[in-house]
Design a protein around this ligand. Structure first.
Ligand SMILES: N[C@@H](CCC(=O)N[C@@H](CS)C(=O)NCC(=O)O)C(=O)O
Length: 217
């Protein structure tokens, strides 16, 4: 259940990022870009902020600690379990390193503007790490779930406090999702489209309830 404390802490985590991770109009790619990451990783946030601001659609494969679904893929393909890890078949690149991923996204897709906090070197990482602590490392450890047949579709910017509360759950449950930072026309973020159940849900509390009911094992 989401309490006012969850919302307050998520809002504080967003505030610490000085506005980074805004929503942008969707940029679709020919082949899906895949991001392996976990919410409780301060480096992953830096990559996600660049993706959110570019508006580029990515397939997120959450890799919480002890995760079994996608973590092994990273080790197999890249050689080490380090996150974030990006696979972009459109440019034929696979990369570790949050700063390289953010630069790759900015260079090739959507917005070219680097969020202010990304210029601040160690302060950038410190603020991101503090955000993880403020959220009490939510989105770090595995919570067992049933694997959906098709990836979910989630809409919500990186800096949106409600979207964060959903992404933490998606991550802990290792639920793969197509992520777009901007809500579809006429809808409000955070918004979920579940092609497995045919449901469309708006609002963090309702989405998290759905994830629990449909996928908790
Ligand atoms: N220099 C890398 C550091 C990445 C990093 O250390 N990620 C941590 C998570 S925050 C990691 O992969 N830890 C190993 C693990 O989670 O198994 C970057 O900027 O992306």
């Amino acid at each position: 259940m989401l309490t006012p404390i969850h919302w307050l802490l998520s809002l504080m985590a967003s505030a610490l990022r000085l506005g980074a991770g805004a929503a942008a109009a969707p940029v679709e790619t020919e082949q899906p870009i895949i991001l392996y990451e976990f919410e409780g990783c301060p480096f992953c946030r830096i990559a996600r902020e660049a993706i959110s601001e570019a508006g580029v659609t990515v397939l997120v494969r959450p890799c919480p600690k002890a995760g079994k679904r996608f973590r092994p893929q990273v080790k197999e393909e890249g050689g080490k379990a380090q996150f974030p890890y990006l696979v972009d078949p459109n440019m034929n690149v696979r990369m570790y390193e949050s700063a390289d991923i953010a630069a790759h996204i900015r260079k090739n897709y959507g917005s070219k503007i680097r969020p202010f906090i990304h210029w601040l070197g160690p302060v950038n990482l410190m603020a991101s790490s503090l955000g993880v602590m403020i959220r009490l490392i939510a989105g770090t450890f595995l919570s067992h779930s049933r694997e959906p047949e098709k990836p979910l579709e989630f809409y919500g910017a990186e800096r949106h406090p409600g979207a964060r509360l959903v992404k933490e759950r998606l991550c802990e449950m290792e639920l793969e999702y197509i992520w777009r930072s901007q809500a579809p026309e006429g809808k409000i973020a955070p918004h979920l489209n579940d092609p497995n159940t045919g449901q469309e849900i708006t609002g963090a509390a309702a989405i998290n309830r759905h994830l629990r009911n449909a996928y908790r094992s």
